[in-house]
Design a protein around this ligand. Structure first.
Ligand SMILES: Cc1ccccc1-c1ccccc1CNc1cnc(-c2ccc(C[C@H](N)C(=O)O)cc2)cn1
Ligand SMILES: [Fe+3]
Length: 305
């Protein structure tokens, strides 16, 4: 039948409750699976997310010593890697988050503060979610410039890669670029195209989202560095990173830049053929010259859907 979709931003209250793969990573091999304290903690975060209604302030969380320690370990490692590999738009906006939203290695920022900051910049806002949503519900949020964010912290057992999104992923990976107008517009248009889309088109849009917003590379202007002898050394660092799934995972970020994976041009007709791996590193990544180019290619693709 014809799929329901949200007609008003308030309807996202319905989408936000339809959590699937509850505690996605918490299947038997997940380090958090056997940790009863961790599972209890996750239930508290789920309740906060389920009780949230559009228009209400997002409850502030008092993070535990263990969560703050995990955050600090990851923050220090990621900031080193961001300086080397993250695209300029990300770096510029991340500095604003440090200045205006309490981002630091000793403090887990609060979604409410970030939402206010983003609304002033690009009209984006965030809202808590208890875990995975279907691609349809998740992308519908983008149509209203709303980003569903987890608020729980990954288990301390493996800080540098987790198979499920957590608040470290959202805060260290996603938030900065939603302050960039071109990136915000690109994200918004993926969301708009998803409303009422057929199952087939929806999956294509989710895959385009996956290999851009989650795992996208941009090829900065090639930076030839002149070494101290003045000799042109052609060690080009061809790619920068804008995908949140890379910017929040020290392990996969190094794999994507140093591990010499397959890197293809972000051409939607090719991207939609690529399988999305959701519990391991990707085997291929896609690069765009910049967000305007990605935007144009997305429009060409959605106009012909
Ligand atoms: C397969 C699926 C299930 C549920 C909802 C949507 C989908 C779906 C459908 C089509 C295309 C892609 C997808 C999956 N989308 C996504 C999006 N993001 C992730 C994901 C992103 C970040 C992280 C954390 C990161 N590895 C880290 O360690 O920081 C972990 C998982 C994983 N899957
Ligand atoms: Fe994500």
């Amino acid at each position: 039948g014809c799929e329901w979709f949200p007609k008003h931003i308030k309807d996202l209250d319905i989408c936000a409750k339809r959590v699937i793969m509850y505690g996605a990573g918490l299947d038997a091999d997940h380090p958090g699976f056997k940790d009863q304290d961790y599972r209890r903690r996750r239930l508290m975060f789920a309740e906060v997310a389920m009780e949230h209604k559009h228009g209400e302030a997002i409850p502030r969380i008092e993070y535990t010593e263990s969560e703050r320690k995990t955050w600090g370990v990851i923050y220090r490692k990621l900031r080193e890697l961001h300086k080397k590999y993250a695209c300029q738009e990300f770096l510029d906006n991340f500095e604003l988050l440090e200045r205006h939203c309490g981002y630091s290695e000793n403090n887990v920022p609060q979604l409410e503060d970030i939402s206010k900051f983003l609304r002033a910049k690009t009209g984006f806002r965030v809202r808590p979610v208890a875990g995975y949503l279907s691609a349809r519900d998740f992308l519908a949020g983008l149509a209203y410039r709303v980003f569903f964010c987890t608020q729980y912290v990954r288990h301390h057992a493996d800080p540098f890669y987790t198979p499920e999104p957590d608040t470290v992923h959202e805060l260290m990976g996603h938030m900065a670029l939603f302050a960039d107008p071109d990136f915000a517009q690109f994200s918004h248009e993926i969301g708009l195209a998803s409303l009422g889309a057929s199952e087939d088109d929806l999956n294509k849009l989710a895959t385009l989202y996956f290999f851009s917003i989650e795992f996208g590379l941009s090829c900065d202007s090639h930076t030839d560095t002149i070494d101290t002898t003045g000799k042109e050394n052609h060690k080009k660092q061809p790619y920068k990173v804008y995908g949140a799934g890379l910017l929040s995972s020290a392990g996969e970020l190094q794999h994507a830049i140093e591990g010499e994976p397959t890197v293809l041009r972000f051409d939607p007709d090719r991207v939609v053929q690529q399988e999305c791996l959701i519990t391991t590193f990707q085997t291929a990544y896609f690069y765009t010259r910049n967000f305007e180019e990605a935007q144009q290619k997305l429009r060409m693709f959605t106009n012909n859907m």
